[in-house]
Design a protein around this ligand. Structure first.
Ligand SMILES: Cc1ncc(COP(=O)(O)O)c(C=O)c1O
Length: 475
C-alpha cells in the first residue's frame, strides 16, 4: 500500500479505535444486563460461511462494523458475571489496555537485545511469582500461552532431567482421575504412550489418593519400570480440590521423581491471605503451571510455567542457531527463547505488570477471596434446599451440586433432569451453568471466580435452577 494511503488509513483507525474504546468501557460496565450467550442467527452464520477473501480490499469502516455485528457480538461472554461454566474469564479492561499497548508496540520478546525493558519486567514478574510459590533462588520460568502449554513445557523438562533417552520407553508418570486432560495430552506429545500413564483414583474429596499412588509406584518398581514423575493439581478443574502436596513431594523425593503441580486454575490462591494455606507444600514441587488468564484478571493467553531450577528448561530448550548469535547478550543472561518451545513470542507479561502495578498484589488477593466466598455462599444456600444435594463442597471458588428430588427418581432419571436444568438455564442466556460427572453422577458445577459477580447473581442463578428443576420434574 502506498505511503499516502497508509497515512489516510491510520487517521481512520484513530477515529474507529477512539469509538471502540468508548464502546468497550460501556460494554464492560453493562455486562450484567447482557445475555451470557445467545444462539447465532441463521442469516449471520450463512453470511459468514459464504464470505470470501476479496481480491480488492473494502473500506475499513465497513469491515469494522461488519465484524462487530457478525463476529464479536455472537461470542459467548466468558467474562460475564453469571458465566459459571468451565473456568470463566476474570479479564479486566486493565489487561485489555495492557494487551492493546503491547500489541501496538509489538515487541519481539524472545531475547534481551530485542526488547530489553520488556525482558526485565517479565523476568521480575517471574521472580515475583516464584517467590509467591516459595521457590528457591535458582528458580525461573517463562510466560506461555496457557496452562496446556505450561504443562507440556514442564513435563518436557521433567523427562529430560529424570530420564536418559534409553529409559524413556520404560518410564511411567502418575496423574489422578481429576487431573486436567492437558496433562495427558502433553505427555502424548512428548512421546509417552497411554500405557506409561497411571491414572490414580481420587479420594472422597477428589484429591489424589496417596495409598493408591504408593501402591502404583511400588507395583511399577516391582515390574522393573521407571517411575519418573507425578502431576499433582492445585485446584482441579472439576471441583477445585488440591492434591496432598507434602505427601506427594515426600514420595517424589523417596523415588527420585519429578513433582509437577498443575496450578493453572488454583495457583492464584497464593495471592490470598485467607486461602494461601490450602496450597501449603507447593514450594516443594519441581515445577508449577499458573494461568494468569484464569484468576488474575488477564485476557487470554497469559500463563507461566515456573521451575525450581531454571537450568532444567535451558537443558531441554536451548538452541543456538548461527543467525541469532549476535542477539545473545552474555554468558549469564538466559534468553526467553532458551526456556520454551517458542522463538518469536509476545511479551505476555506486560499486561499483568500493568494490572499488578495498578491494583497491587492485595487487589488480586481480594479477587481470590471474593470468588471463594461466593462459592461458599452458594453452598450455604443449597444446604437449605431439601431437594438438592452437594456433591463437592465449595473449594477454591468451585461448587458441585445436584437436584435429587424427593427420592422417587432413579439415578439415571436424575442425570437426565440435571442435564436438562443446565441446558434450559444456559439457553435462556441468564446464566451459564454446565454439568460435569462426579462419582458417576451428572452434577451441576458452578465456578464463581469473576470479581464482577455479586451475591445477587449467585442467589438469582440458584433460584432459576430451582425453578427450572420444578418444571423439569413435571415433564
Ligand atoms: C487445572 C487446569 N489445568 C490446565 C488447564 C488448561 O489451561 P489452558 O486452557 O490455559 O491451556 C485448565 C483449563 O481449564 C485447567 O483448569
Amino acid at each position: 500500500m502506498m505511503y499516502q494511503n497508509v497515512r489516510k488509513q491510520n487517521e481512520e483507525i484513530r477515529e474507529l479505535m477512539n469509538e471502540f474504546s468508548a464502546k468497550m468501557v460501556g460494554f464492560y460496565n453493562n455486562l450484567h444486563t447482557k445475555p451470557v450467550g445467545r444462539p447465532v442467527e441463521k442469516e449471520t452464520w450463512e453470511h459468514l460461511e459464504h464470505q470470501q477473501i476479496p481480491e480488492n480490499g473494502r473500506p475499513l469502516k465497513e469491515v469494522y462494523e461488519e465484524m462487530q455485528r457478525d463476529i464479536y457480538s455472537n461470542i459467548l461472554l466468558a467474562q460475564h458475571p453469571r458465566s459459571f461454566s468451565c473456568v470463566p474469564s476474570t479479564a479486566s479492561l486493565l489487561s485489555w489496555m495492557g494487551d492493546v499497548m503491547t500489541n501496538a508496540y509489538n515487541p519481539h520478546a524472545s531475547c534481551k537485545i530485542n526488547a530489553p525493558t520488556a525482558d526485565l519486567v517479565e523476568k521480575k514478574l517471574i521472580r515475583w511469582m516464584c517467590d509467591r510459590a516459595g521457590y528457591c533462588e535458582e528458580a525461573g520460568g517463562l510466560f506461555v500461552s496457557g496452562g496446556s502449554i505450561a504443562n507440556l513445557t514442564a513435563m518436557t523438562a521433567a523427562r529430560d532431567t529424570k530420564l536418559t533417552e534409553d529409559q524413556r520407553s520404560n518410564a511411567v508418570v502418575y496423574l489422578s482421575d481429576q487431573t486436567h486432560v492437558s496433562a495427558a495430552k502433553g505427555l502424548h506429545m512428548i512421546g509417552f504412550g497411554k500405557n506409561q500413564i497411571r491414572i490414580i483414583a481420587a479420594d472422597e474429596e477428589f484429591r489424589m489418593d496417596m495409598d493408591a499412588l504408593k501402591e502404583a509406584v511400588a507395583q511399577d518398581l516391582q515390574a522393573g519400570r521407571k517411575p519418573f514423575a507425578v502431576i499433582a493439581s492445585a485446584g482441579t478443574t472439576n471441583t477445585g480440590s488440591v492434591d496432598p502436596m507434602k505427601e506427594i513431594a515426600a514420595l517424589c523425593r523417596e523415588y527420585d521423581m519429578w513433582m509437577h503441580v498443575d496450578g493453572a486454575f488454583g495457583a492464584s490462591a497464593l495471592l490470598s491471605g485467607q486461602y494461601r494455606k490450602k496450597l501449603d507444600g507447593i514450594e516443594l514441587s519441581d515445577s508449577l503451571s499458573w494461568d494468569a488468564h484464569k484468576w488474575m484478571m488477564q485476557t487470554y493467553g497469559c500463563s507461566v510455567v515456573l521451575v525450581q531450577n531454571q537450568d532444567a528448561l535451558v537443558r531441554s530448550f536451548a538452541a543456538h542457531p548461527e543467525y541469532l548469535k549476535d542477539a545473545e547478550t552474555s554468558e549469564d543472561n538466559v534468553e526467553f527463547w532458551d526456556l520454551g518451545p517458542e522463538l518469536t513470542r509476545p511479551a505476555r507479561g506486560l499486561k499483568l505488570w500493568l494490572t499488578l502495578q495498578t491494583l497491587g498484589s492485595r487487589g488480586l488477593g481480594n479477587v481470590i477471596d471474593h470468588g471463594c466466598g461466593l462459592a461458599e455462599l452458594a453452598e450455604q444456600i443449597l444446604i437449605e434446599e431439601k431437594e438438592w444435594e452437594i456433591i463437592s463442597r465449595a473449594q477454591l471458588g468451585i461448587i458441585n451440586f445436584r437436584f435429587k428430588g424427593n427420592g422417587t427418581k432413579t439415578e439415571q432419571e436424575l442425570d437426565v433432569m440435571n442435564q436438562e436444568i443446565a441446558r434450559i438455564v444456559t439457553e435462556s442466556g441468564f446464566a451459564q451453568v454446565f454439568t460435569t460427572k462426579l462419582k458417576g453422577k451428572k452434577v451441576l458445577r458452578m465456578c464463581t471466580i469473576n470479581p464482577e459477580t455479586r451475591e445477587k447473581d449467585i442467589r438469582d442463578t440458584i433460584e432459576r435452577l430451582i425453578e427450572t428443576a420444578g418444571k423439569v420434574q413435571n415433564y
